[in-house]
Design a protein around this ligand. Sequence first.
Ligand SMILES: O=P(O)(O)OC[C@H]1O[C@H](OP(=O)(O)OP(=O)(O)O)[C@H](O)[C@@H]1O
Ligand SMILES: O=c1[nH]c(=O)c2nc[nH]c2[nH]1
Ligand SMILES: [Mg+2]
Length: 159
Amino acid sequence: MSGSRYHQRLIISWDQLHRDVRELCQRLVERDIKGIVAITRGGLIPAALIARELDVRLIDTVCIKSYERMEQGGLEVMKGVDHDGAGWLLVDDLVDTGRTARAVRDLLPKAHFVTVYAKPEGKPLVDQYLTEVAQDCWIQFPWDMGVAYVEPLIDQGKR
Ligand SMILES: O=P(O)(O)OC[C@H]1O[C@H](OP(=O)(O)OP(=O)(O)O)[C@H](O)[C@@H]1O
Ligand SMILES: O=c1[nH]c(=O)c2nc[nH]c2[nH]1
Ligand SMILES: [Mg+2]
């Protein structure tokens, strides 16, 4: 993270993510949802979990390419949709600077836009989110991590 605008890291486990998405769903359960549009790729996982909780079978995608690791590059919409989002739930894992959200909002202005996590710069662009995270915090998602063996302290030459 040296030299980057991220100075903290928030590790999110699969279990934490699942609990967070379920909590977000508590606030969505009353809505009449035509279908879900997931913003690839990060939105695909919460979208699948939301679809299970709310019994939604119609799922579409908006395919966007923006970040390469922690660096934000040019934003490319690889696939859009042919409607304005009315009645649809638009789902992403997080909103950070809001650049992705702004581009997708233009494509689906009438969708109800939700993310699991939101940082201050991006949060005004979504209709609902569960947890606010500091702007300088990198959220480390479980699909970008793996379980690794940790050497006992006694064997690490700490004594
Ligand atoms: O608010 P922003 O600054 O635009 O950042 C948020 C976006 O960045 C991440 O996607 P990313 O572009 O890394 O692609 P991915 O979902 O395919 O991993 C995340 O899933 C959001 O879509
Ligand atoms: O995995 C991620 N964590 C983040 O905090 C983030 N911000 C933009 N894009 C991101 N991807
Ligand atoms: Mg994304």
